[in-house]
Every structure is written in structure tokens, then in C-alpha cells.
Write a new protein. Structure first.
Length: 334
């Protein structure tokens, strides 16, 4: 059985990827951070918590990373661990650099010491394109990062390429555009919208307060992206791949569509300065033709389908909560 180690298994992508790999027959190991309260709700939600071998490790601590390698002895590593919220990276630029940037090098370096034949996947980001102006981005578009998060990801992206070129590690960058799901954290705009719209439709909230509603994003569906992530490590040679839907929409459109699906008026939507970032990326759309051609990856769920999945799931969750039924999910603000 192939053995995979997922860093960041407790996050959105980590949980979906773990489920995907289990279905493929992998033995799945995942790292988690020791905290005063655990964060395994996504693994419970997908009913896979008891099928995974969990290992405590923090990418700030190389020793723990090495021990995770020893314990899992993987053939593939999916490095998803990161401080992944762009907004927070403006408040914690050094911490974000350490976790999201240097953390990647810690993993790569421990691979060299432990076994350089391990295949390595780096979750790079469309945020790296930043303020670059071309309307559609591909693997050759210039990278002009516009946040501490994006700069940290850019650092990790180049390190990944370096380990591939200099040390012959099978190291892949996925240049991932936004991908969302009912397992998305509540701080990200799509889930903030689907959760709040669900609450408004059930009479337990009144307002949906957003920031830059004119920002455009290329939003896909996370379970389809983890398949692409896996495919990226199955190619003969390591390479870098954009994963996107090649469609983009504003935050305002997302919020309006969500209201429509929930059957509520768009009058609940307002804008507050407190949700604005010091600098924002206004327009992102990706060209995934290389991933389609070389990996056969093709995302199916587009904008309307995605909004529907997310809003309907959050309405269902809140209905259950109101009936007093407990489901493992994170919107603990009833
Ligand atoms: P999440 O924020 O949902 O998950 C991040 C994971 O990283 C969590 O498991 C978190 O653990 C873990 N983590 C955070 N800090 C550390 C640390 N110091 N040591 C070990 N683990 C840590 O992100 P997603 O699942 O959405 O994204 C996965 C990866 O893909 C991230 O690297 C993200 O930057 C990147 N990406 C995501 C995109 C998206 O649209 N989702 C698009 C482009 C890139 P804990 O549960 O303890 O907080
Ligand atoms: P992003 O996702 O920054 O693209 O990073 P996020 O959902 O946080 O923001 C998307 C856009 O929406 C605007 N926005 C708001 N954002 C939040 N969070 N809250 C609001 O109230 C709000 N109002 C408007 C933002 O300004 C932005 O323009 C995500 C993360 O998953 C990264 O880890 C990943 O690398 C990129 O996607 C690709």
C-alpha cells in the first residue's frame, strides 16, 4: 500500500485529500498541531477520523517534521500546512513567513536528510500573481505578490523549484486558485457568506457585512482540486500546474447568488471598512489548460453549482442545530 503524509490534514484540503487517498487504498498519515483544543471536526464530518494515522508536528519545529517522516515513512508528501488566511498575514507578517515560507523549506530539508526519493507537493497559490495585470494567468505569467502571505508562498514556490533542480527531488508546485466547500474556514469570504446567509434565512441573524465586494476570484470546488493535487504527483516528471476554473466572479455576485438560493433579500448585504485589507488582489482568473493536457484534470463544478452546494449545506447545518442535533462543524455561533 502506498503511504502518504499530509501536513495540514485538519484543514479543508487536507481532509478532502485524506478521504480521496483512503478511497485509492493509501495508508494515510497526517500531521496536526498540539493545541489546547483539537481541530478534528472536518475529519469527523467526512467520517474518516479513525482511518488516519495522526502525528503531532509543527512546521516551525524541524525535529517534529523529521519524526513525522520517520513514523510515516511515506512515498508521497502533500505539504498543505500554512497560515493560509491572507487578511491575517498583514497582522502577522513574520509568523506567516515562518510558517508558510520557511515551513516549506523545513519539510524539504528534512526530506533530503531522511529520503530524497519521497515525492513532494507544495500548495502554491494564485495569490502569487498579485497585482500582475494580465486578465488570465498561466504557469508563465509574472508573479507580483501583494501580501505577506503571497510573498511567503512565492518564497516557498522558488524553494520547491530549487530542490527539484539542485537536489533532484521530485517536487511539484500546484498553483492553486481559490477552491471552496462546506469545509472552508469561516474567515474566508465564500463560507462567511454561505454561513451568514443561512442564518439570516432562518431568522437568527440580520446582516452580512463584507469588505471589498468588487474583488473577483476564480472559485472552484475543493474535492475536485484534491484530485488534481494527487494527479500532479503521479506524472512521470515533476512540474508546476495551475488549477483553476477559468471563470471569475465578484464577491458581490457570490453574495447575491447566495441570497437568491436562500430566498432572502440582498438588502442584508453591507460593506464595512473593517473588512478591507491594506492591499488587495482585485482580479484573478486561471488558465488550467496545462493541467488538463498533461494530467487530464478538468474541474466540473462552476460558480452557480458551488454557491448552491455551500448555501444548502449551511442551511441544513443550522436547521439541525436549531433542532438540537449536534453535527461536527465549525459554526459554533448559534
Ligand atoms: P486551511 O487553512 O484550511 O488549513 C491549513 C492547515 O495548516 C491546517 O491543518 C492547520 O492546522 C495547518 N497549520 C497551520 N499552521 C501550522 C503549523 N505551524 N504547523 C503545522 N500545521 C499548521 O487551508 P486549506 O486547506 O484551504 O489550504 C491548504 C493549503 O493550500 C494551504 O497551504 C493554503 O495556503 C494553500 N492554498 C489554498 C487555496 C484554497 O483556496 N483553499 C488556494 C491556494 C493555496 P490547524 O488545524 O491546527 O490550524
Ligand atoms: P483569498 O480568500 O484572500 O483569495 O485567499 P478570501 O476568501 O479571504 O478573500 C477573497 C476576496 O474577498 C474579499 N472580501 C472578503 N474576504 C474576507 N475574508 N472577508 C470579507 O468579509 C470579505 N469581503 C470581501 C477579499 O478582500 C478578497 O479580495 C484564499 C486563501 O485560501 C489562500 O490561502 C489562497 O492561497 C487563495 O485563496 C488562493
Amino acid at each position: 500500500m502506498t503511504r502518504a503524509l499530509i501536513t495540514g490534514i485538519t484543514g479543508q484540503d487536507g481532509a478532502y485529500l485524506a478521504r480521496f487517498l483512503l478511497k485509492k487504498g493509501y495508508t494515510v498519515f497526517g500531521t496536526f498541531r498540539r493545541q489546547s483544543s483539537s481541530n478534528f471536526w472536518r475529519l469527523h464530518y467526512l467520517k474518516i477520523a479513525n482511518k488516519i494515522n495522526l502525528i503531532p508536528a509543527d512546521v516551525l519545529d524541524s525535529t517534529s517534521v523529521y519524526r513525522a517522516l520517520e513514523e510515516s515513512n511515506p512515498t508521497e508528501i502533500y505539504h498543505l500546512a500554512a497560515q493560509s488566511f491572507v487578511g491575517a498575514s498583514f497582522d502577522q507578517p513574520l509568523y506567516t513567513s515562518d510558517v508558510t515560507g520557511f515551513g516549506t523549506v523545513r519539510v524539504l530539508d528534512e526530506i533530503l536528510k531522511f529520503n530524497k526519493k519521497i515525492k513532494f507537493y507544495q500548495a502554491s497559490s494564485s495569490e502569487m500573481f498579485g497585482s500582475e495585470k494580465s486578465p488570465v494567468k498561466n504557469e508563465s505569467s509574472p508573479l507580483m505578490p501583494s501580501s505577506p502571505y503571497a510573498i511567503s508562498k512565492l518564497y516557498a514556490y522558488w524553494q520547491t523549484k530549487l530542490y527539484r533542480e539542485a537536489y533532484d527531488v521530485y517536487a511539484v508546485n500546484g498553483i492553486l486558485f481559490n477552491h471552496e466547500s462546506p469545509l472552508r474556514g469561516l474567515e474566508f469570504v465564500t463560507r462567511k457568506i454561505s454561513n451568514e446567509v443561512a442564518r439570516i434565512s432562518l431568522g437568527i441573524s440580520k446582516k452580512l457585512e463584507l469588505g471589498n465586494i468588487l474583488a473577483k476570484r476564480d472559485w472552484g470546488y475543493a474535492p475536485e482540486y484534491v484530485e488534481g493535487i494527487w494527479k500532479s504527483l503521479q506524472a512521470k516528471k515533476p512540474d508546476d500546474y495551475v488549477m483553476a476554473t477559468n471563470e471569475n466572479h465578484t464577491v458581490k455576485e457570490f453574495a447575491e447568488k447566495a441570497c437568491k438560493i436562500a430566498g432572502i433579500s440582498t438588502k442584508c448585504i453591507s460593506v464595512s471598512k473593517k473588512n478591507l485589507r491594506p492591499f488587495d488582489v482585485n482580479n484573478l482568473k486561471g488558465d488550467y489548460s496545462k493541467a488538463k493536457r498533461k494530467l487530464g484534470w478538468n474541474p466540473k463544478t462552476k460558480f452557480n453549482g458551488l454557491v448552491k452546494i455551500m448555501v444548502e449545506e449551511d442551511i441544513h447545518r443550522w436547521e439541525q442545530r436549531l433542532k438540537g442535533e449536534y453535527l461536527p462543524w465549525d459554526a459554533g455561533t448559534a
